[in-house]
Design a protein around this ligand. Sequence first.
Ligand SMILES: NC(=O)c1ccc[n+]([C@@H]2O[C@H](COP(=O)([O-])OP(=O)(O)OC[C@H]3O[C@@H](n4cnc5c(N)ncnc54)[C@H](OP(=O)(O)O)[C@@H]3O)[C@@H](O)[C@H]2O)c1
Length: 266
Amino acid sequence: MIRGNALVTGASRGIGSATAVRLAELGADTVVVHHRNSPEAAERTAEAVRQAGAEALCVAADLEEADAVDAMFVELGRDLGSLDVLVANAAASSFKPLLDTHDENIRRTSRITVNALLQCVRAMTSLTETGGAIVVVSGIDVSQAMVGHGLLGSMKAAAETLSMYLAAELGPRGFRVNAVRPGLTLTDSARTYSERVFGDSAEFERLLVSLTPARRAGTPEDVANVIGFLCSEEGAWINGQVLVADGGLSAVSPTDLITSGRRSDQ
Ligand SMILES: NC(=O)c1ccc[n+]([C@@H]2O[C@H](COP(=O)([O-])OP(=O)(O)OC[C@H]3O[C@@H](n4cnc5c(N)ncnc54)[C@H](OP(=O)(O)O)[C@@H]3O)[C@@H](O)[C@H]2O)c1
């Protein structure tokens, strides 16, 4: 059960979109569907939120721009009064080997993943005096080195650590802060990534399924269910934690993955 209003950043597609719908199913009053520059996709999410029983409001703001984020919260404060749930999901980065990155790549990834996270939490907690739930969407690139993910994985690691400190600092005011660390999840961005590093996203998906203990690939809804639980009253005793949501893949040792990879080739 979720009470009050929720904001999901990066909700125009993928995990953010599925999360917006899940929060509506769990009882949120209004779900704010944030995007950067995808009004039609955001409106499709908003329609699905309404179908699931909540009010929906689309807002656009580039998280790289501090002024745009401030303006978004002024609008939300005026239209909604309070925000009880914040899901910091939006992400973007340049996927290069670390030594090919420039200061500008570091600045932009940091701005979206770290600075905007703190800015959103500051604004959300000043709107809401009665406490609430915050979930940071991290990624498995925090604990496993993935091709081209050095920058994003490092910034997500910072975001996870921030969520732990925020849990300790904001707990006495009634806020819970947790992180979800998804494994590879079937979104448009993940398919683009697998196409780029592997060459064939369908074959990549087949191998992923064969190596995952659950014997299927993760969907946006799988991750949204975990986020929804952490935001809900049923998750009230969980604070300052990171939940891995990957169907068990990260629990398998590399030697077993090599062995089962060879079996799936035969
Ligand atoms: N998919 C995976 O396999 C996977 C695995 C682990 C972790 N994750 C994490 O899960 C989250 C969602 O992933 P996804 O694959 O569902 O995402 P996605 O399809 O890439 O969608 C990204 C979302 O972030 C928004 N966004 C991007 N840059 C922005 C900016 N500068 N300002 C504001 N919004 C911005 C996009 O808005 P527009 O549409 O307007 O551009 C979009 O709504 C991310 O944090 C990602 O790192 C994903």
